[in-house]
Write a new protein. Structure first.
Length: 304
């Protein structure tokens, strides 16, 4: 009886590359950490880490930079998922950074803690002496992230310089760092939003329910639909109304918008993403709209 080899798919290739990157980080760096927000990209990272290291435990802890203004559904999912995996979760708090005087909280209707995360992240990396932070950034999200290497070198101030990125020929990564420096590693850098959703479908991964259409009180600002919450001060004329929305990306509630949608299943979301021509950050993240180079400016000083 003859057997035929299974043809590798596009998702198989992406998965294999990501698992290779995870194992390279674990082999080359002494104290890595996996950044986990409870969002779809970091949920995919958890599955890839499982495939890279199970049945053993992860060779690194999991860390969330918590602004204190996150969607409650996502925080509940974060805690439950890490508990199910029996992994160690570190929560670095922006509120604690504010209380210690490390950052100053913004005020007013457009105030956001999103930009304050950088200091909290860098302080946590220094406190725990991490030499690598594994994140879920993808090149298709934004122009500045398209410049990023898979192993992104950060200096001893946590800063990123796109002009001194290291070559990565033939999937060979240079992970050498001096004391005080660290690397950001992005295993799904070459994935697209559609790839992520198709992988979620293939692996039957659970996501927070805000990724699927649901009725929610929202208000409109600058062409975006924001969830009504105690964290966002509305301006005159910003009247709340009920709409069927879902969120393409998870972040601080003060800068994350939803999209009108009736997609309640993974398959329906995949169809919706396949038809769109706007990235999730371009459509639903206000923090990327401050200037043409908003993301690059934040990354230069240590953002994710």
């Amino acid at each position: 009886m003859s057997t035929s080899a299974r043809t590798l798919t596009h998702l198989d290739d992406l998965e294999a590359e990501a698992i290779h990157i995870f194992r390279e980080v674990a082999a080359e760096l002494e104290r890595p950490v996996l950044l986990f927000s409870g969002g779809k990209d970091s949920i995919v990272l958890l599955r890839l880490a499982e495939k890279a290291f199970r049945p053993g435990k992860f060779p690194f802890p999991v860390m969330h930079i918590d602004t204190g203004h996150n969607f409650p559904e996502v925080l509940e999912f974060r805690d439950r998922r890490v508990r199910e995996l029996d992994e160690h979760l570190i929560v670095a708090s922006v509120q604690e950074s504010i209380d210690k005087g490390r950052v100053v909280e913004e005020t007013g209707p457009r105030a956001s803690r999103n930009r304050l995360q950088t200091t909290t992240l860098l302080d946590a990396i220094e406190e725990h002496q991490f030499d690598a932070a594994i994140g879920g950034a993808r090149r298709d999200e934004e122009r500045a992230r398209a410049k990023e290497r898979i192993f992104s070198f950060r200096d001893d101030f946590g800063q990123w310089n796109p002009r001194v990125q290291r070559p990565e020929l033939w999937n060979v990564y240079n992970a050498r760092v001096r004391k005080g420096e660290h690397v950001r590693a992005f295993p799904i850098s070459n994935w697209t939003e559609l790839d992520v959703w198709q992988y979620v479908a293939r692996e039957q991964l659970e996501l927070p329910r805000i990724y699927f259409a649901h009725e929610r009180e929202v208000f409109r600002r600058d062409g975006m639909l924001y969830a009504c919450s105690d964290f966002v001060e509305r301006m005159d004329g910003e009247e709340p109304f009920s709409a069927s929305v879902r969120f393409r990306t998870v972040g601080d509630m003060t800068c994350t918008g939803g999209v009108v949608s009736d997609a309640v299943t993974i398959g329906e979301v995949v169809d919706e993403i396949a038809a769109t021509r706007v990235t999730e950050r371009g459509e639903t993240r206000a923090d990327d709209r401050f200037t043409e180079a908003a993301m690059e400016d934040r990354k230069r000083v240590g953002y994710f």
